[in-house]
Design a protein around this ligand. Structure first.
Ligand code: BGC
Length: 387
């Protein structure tokens, strides 16, 4: 995933946001800058229950106490279907009990023609089947929950892989069919979600995807265009990188790993420091969060950098923190909940993607998003720093 460039200009955004939205600003939350600074990130009960259920089944030699510690590390909750949205109310009730400055981390992930260049995470809506209207219903359901939560703060990672696919995968028919819907719905959704208790980071792939010289410029253009079409919403804080991927923030040692081929931008630190200035120049807020959840083992055992599915030999990575040592990076976060699957290895299953049957993918693997006990155990065993 590293070449085809996007050329299409942004289509104009069809519907204007209601007047009260466009006058809102995010002063309450984002005027102070980094939304993670001084905040506790909520560790959701959906994930902690999954981890607790995994403990009695742990392979011998693995520590229940360590697994319990993982259940307390905050990861993001993926609203990968409309039916998951009401779960937010439970998180809000919990977070209020905690008191103090708590942010709830969520992933917005339900665009029509989702995962347009792959199969494993195809979603519930399609462009051909009225998916744009259905997606608006989904966004409104999320917004209703967030508005109902009053002053509770939320951090949203916005639609993993979607815009990155428009930068490099326009050779795929499903991405061509999705492109205008992705752009229009992203701009529309950002306007809709421009609320005073929300900070949004759009997904920006990773170093091995948009970090190539040929892709950086087109990526910066696309993010800036979308941001402008959305009316520069104050709630947009920046970009999320390395979501569900395996790259180091700083690759240890001098030389880049062999799977990075000729790309010298072989870690997320180099990637955000290349992309950041390009975004700034175009007026886009160049702040980043980086998913370090599965980046503990470096170099990875990927045969190709683009291999994204259940990669073998990985370990939990650096813990979530706002102390990143990089002025461009607001926080290290765990966006992908460690132990949830990337895609099934069953060749006869719906949504089978060949990447999940690659020699560097752990098998046998269940459907994307389902609990994958052996993968959780791998991450726990190889955690670095150790859990
Ligand atoms: C899956 C989602 C899941 C998410 C987080 C994605 O690959 O398609 O269903 O919620 O990963 O595990």
């Amino acid at each position: 995933m590293k070449s085809t460039l996007v050329s299409a200009a942004l289509l104009s955004v069809a519907s204007a946001a209601p007047a009260e939205q466009s006058t809102q600003n995010a002063t309450a939350f984002l005027a102070g800058g980094n939304p993670f600074a001084g905040a506790s990130v909520y560790a959701n009960t959906f994930y902690s229950k999954r981890v607790e259920a995994a403990i009695p089944k742990l392979a011998s030699g693995l520590s229940a106490d360590k697994a319990k510690a993982v259940a307390k590390i905050p990861s993001f909750f993926w609203m990968d279907k409309l039916e998951r949205v009401p779960e937010i109310a439970n998180f809000v009730a919990d977070a209020k009990k905690m008191g103090g400055n708590v942010v709830i981390p969520l992933v917005v992930y339900d665009l029509p023609n989702r995962d347009c260049a792959a199969l494993a995470s195809n979603g519930e809506y399609s462009v051909k089947d009225g998916g744009a209207e259905k997606y608006k219903g989904y966004i409104k359901a999320v917004k209703d929950q967030i508005v109902a939560a009053g002053s509770q703060k939320f951090v949203l990672v916005w639609e993993p892989d979607s815009l990155a696919n428009l930068v490099t995968n326009m050779n795929e028919q499903k991405c061509q069919e999705a492109a205008s819907a992705y752009k229009e719905l992203t701009a529309w959704g950002l306007k809709e979600m421009n609320l005073p208790n929300v900070a949004i980071y759009l997904d920006a792939g990773h170093a091995g995807w948009l970090g190539w010289d040929a892709n950086l410029g087109p990526a910066a253009n696309l993010f800036a265009q979308i941001y402008q079409s959305a009316g520069k919403p104050a709630a947009v804080r920046g970009l999320a990188t390395n979501v569900a991927n395996y790259n180091a923030f700083k690759f240890p040692g001098g030389a880049c790993p062999s799977y990075a081929e000729s790309n010298k931008v072989c870690d997320e630190s180099r990637y955000v420091n290349k992309l950041g200035p390009m975004l700034k120049q175009k007026g886009f807020p160049a702040n980043f969060i980086v998913d370090t959840g599965r980046s503990g083992v470096q170099p990875t055992k990927q045969q190709k950098w683009g291999n994204w599915c259940n990669v073998i030999g990985t370990g939990f990575g650096p813990r979530p923190t706002a102390n990143t040592g990089d002025a461009l990076v607001d926080a290290f976060v765990w966006v992908k909940p460690g132990g949830e699957c990337d895609g099934t290895s069953d060749r006869s299953a719906p949504r089978f993607d060949a990447h999940c049957d690659s020699p560097d993918a752990l098998k046998p693997a269940p459907q994307a998003g389902e609990w994958y006990q052996a993968y959780f155990e791998q991450l726990l065993q190889n955690a670095n720093p150790p859990i």
